[in-house]
Design a protein around this ligand. Structure first.
Ligand SMILES: [Zn+2]
Length: 378
């Protein structure tokens, strides 16, 4: 139960409820989003919302609050995520929400409990006004943003068409991020047959099946990626981030895996994305039967037309239009047809850090910003 008397106290209470994404932090305070969703839900109820929970994964719900007075109106959605990254390596206490020299410290202070607190406090301050606005207002706390985005995928599929515009909560310094690349991780693997290292002729070395092709494959990919340049986001990229194979010097390795990180433009995504591109290049190189390809992670690119009403309103209260090198839940919502942007207080370089914080002045600026945004519908 939240009993905050200010946005600062609200953010402190949110930080004190650990909600580390269990997928991204095996064994480390992997407490999931359930308690956070419950706290946010009860706060939304205290602001007059009708609250529902949708369990996306066991014990890991999205929390949705719909405010009264919205019937027959266009729909505005606030959509921060409730999970955080792991706390490994942090040099400040992740969950005490200590205030030092005007900054609130803790995991999620910036990404993205700060944005969530600013959104919730603006809603709290305007709870009498919201039913009379020229828009329906809803809030969703999305689970699972930091690993695979199951929360926004689930929500977008079920609810995207109920809304006309979504503001996803991320620390953007209150700029409007309307475009970002998607990210796809592909694992390429080769299989062989292991045997003792003293008799390599009896085995089939999986590393030697893979490695002769890596440099040519990357070069071919880079050439083809240049065909999918986006005027705003630039060229898609590929990076070879990981290579694994073998278990011991005296064993011929039976498997080898490389992992490629692709940053996709909307054009590449629309053309089938990097899995299709890799498959066609492996065919051309005549090694498709040697190398297996598996998608181990993907998030979609974001592009929301700057002409949509919601972006015009954000600009009218001083937010400038920008793009981002990172990805977020806005891509999932936009993919389902809901125009979405990311816009929130704080700076992305404070996110995921060992001493994550949000300045109280930034938090309060965020509250005022979201208040002005809501009041643009008055
Ligand atoms: Zn985030």
């Amino acid at each position: 139960m939240i009993s905050a008397h200010s946005a600062t106290e609200l953010l402190q209470e949110l930080i004190r409820i650990p909600s580390v994404n269990p997928d991204g932090a095996p064994g480390q305070n992997a407490t999931g989003e359930k308690e956070m969703a419950g706290a946010v839900g009860s706060f939304l109820e205290s602001c007059g919302a009708v609250v529902t929970y949708e369990e996306v994964l066991p014990q890991r719900p999205n929390v949705i609050g719909r405010f009264p007075g919205g019937h027959g109106k266009s729909g505005l959605l606030f959509a921060p995520h409730t999970d955080t990254v792991s706390v490994r390596g942090m040099t400040v206490d992740p969950f005490t929400a200590e205030i030092i020299e005007g900054r609130i410290y803790g995991r999620g202070a910036s990404d993205t409990k700060g944005t969530m607190a600013a959104m919730l406090w603006a809603i709290f301050e305007l709870k009498e006004t919201i039913p009379n606005l020229n828009t329906a207002v809803a809030f969703v706390g999305l689970m699972g943003e930091e690993a695979g985005q199951p929360g926004s995928k689930h929500f977008a599929k079920a609810h995207a068409e109920e809304f006309d515009f979504a503001v996803v909560g991320e620390p953007t310094n209150l700029e409007t991020v309307h475009a970002h690349k998607g990210c796809v991780w592909l694992e390429l693997s080769s299989e062989g047959r292991s045997c003792h290292g003293s008799t390599p002729e009896l085995g089939d070395n999986a590393i030697l099946k893979m490695t002769p092709f890596i440099a040519d494959l990357i070069k071919a990919l880079e050439n083809r990626l240049a065909e999918f340049v986006d005027p705003v986001l630039g060229s898609p990229t590929v990076s070879l981030g990981k290579i694994e194979g073998g278990t011991s010097p005296n064993i011929v390795p039976s498997s080898c895996r490389i992992t490629l990180d692709f940053r996709e433009t909307p054009q590449l995504h629309a053309a089938g994305g990097s899995p299709a591109l890799v498959a066609s290049i492996l065919e051309e190189m005549k090694i498709a039967d040697l190398i297996a390809v598996r998608v181990i992670g993907d998030s979609v690119p974001l592009y929301t037309d700057p002409a949509v009403d919601g972006i015009k309103r954000l600009q009218s209260i001083g937010s400038s239009l920008t793009t981002a090198p990172w990805f977020c839940d806005a891509g999932r919502l936009a993919e389902a047809g809901l125009p979405a942007v990311a816009c929130g207080p704080g700076k992305i370089d404070q996110a995921h850090t060992k001493d994550e914080f949000l300045a109280i002045s930034d938090l309060n600026a965020g509250v005022e910003f979201y208040r002005q945004f809501l009041l643009s519908f008055a």
